[in-house]
Design a protein around this ligand. Structure first.
Ligand code: AP5
Ligand code: MG
Length: 191
């Protein structure tokens, strides 16, 4: 199994690219944001509890997402590996993921970080709010907070992974197809 992290700030294209990459390389796409939104849509107790945190653009507790990911790893077997999208988001989540993978004879093989200019991130999220309407895209204050939270709590993972030699910066500006090509060329080296 070959395991990738797709990384980057809100609006950098993690979800868009993950769907295409998972299909191309037979990877299981695991997005904690999508899993949490599914809990909210299903009206579960967990969803109800997490929705107020998510609507402010804050992170949900580490234990919640670590448990979700552990359950998915154990139930997904027929794939070439995992593509983690929006997880890990704190250094503590990264340590937990490494342990989870190590315990199962796996590791994080590569971390692909989408670099996108700040104004482009905001532009994409504002546009999506008009089109599909994710609640956390609707308020510019929440968009700003998500980007601030990324910088404060999530970006430190880059340094952690750089020390492990798995950090791969990818230019995340341009068309979806151009970026897909850059990511694909990079991932092919491992598959
Ligand atoms: P999550 O769902 O992970 O959201 P996010 O990180 O804020 O990122 P987005 O999904 O908004 O952006 P993306 O990078 O996937 O870009 P996308 O492809 O959608 O998390 C949501 C919340 O859940 C968090 O705030 C937190 O509360 C909670 N949460 C989730 N995981 C957690 C964790 N591990 N720990 C704690 N809390 C957690 O693209 C964005 C838009 O741009 C789309 O409309 C797309 O069509 C468009 N677009 C994409 N690429 C391009 C391009 N090249 N050109 C033009 N438009 C483009
Ligand atoms: Mg996403």
């Amino acid at each position: 199994m070959v395991n990738f992290l797709i990384f980057g700030p809100p609006g950098s294209g993690k979800g868009t690219q993950s769907v295409k990459l998972a299909e191309k390389f037979n990877l299981t796409h695991l997005s904690t944001g999508d899993m949490l939104r599914a809990e909210i849509a299903a009206g579960t107790q967990l969803g109800i509890k997490m929705s107020s945190i998510m609507s402010k653009g804050e992170l949900v507790p580490d234990e919640v997402v670590i448990e979700m990911i552990a359950a998915k790893i154990d139930s997904s077997k027929d794939c070439a590996g995992f593509l983690f999208d929006g997880f890990p988001r704190t250094v503590a989540q990264t340590v937990a993921l490494e342990k989870m993978l190590n315990d199962r004879g796996m590791k994080i093989n590569s971390m692909l970080v989408l670099d996108v200019e700040h104004d482009e991130l905001v532009k994409r999220l504002v546009l999506r709010a008009e089109q599909s309407g994710r609640p956390d895209d609707k308020d510019p204050v929440v968009i700003k907070n998500r980007i601030d939270v990324y910088k404060a709590k999530t970006e430190p993972i880059i340094d952690y992974c750089r020390k492990r030699g798995i950090y791969q910066p990818i230019n995340g500006m341009g068309t979806i197809e151009d970026i897909f090509g850059r990511l694909s060329r990079n991932m092919k080296k491992y598959l």
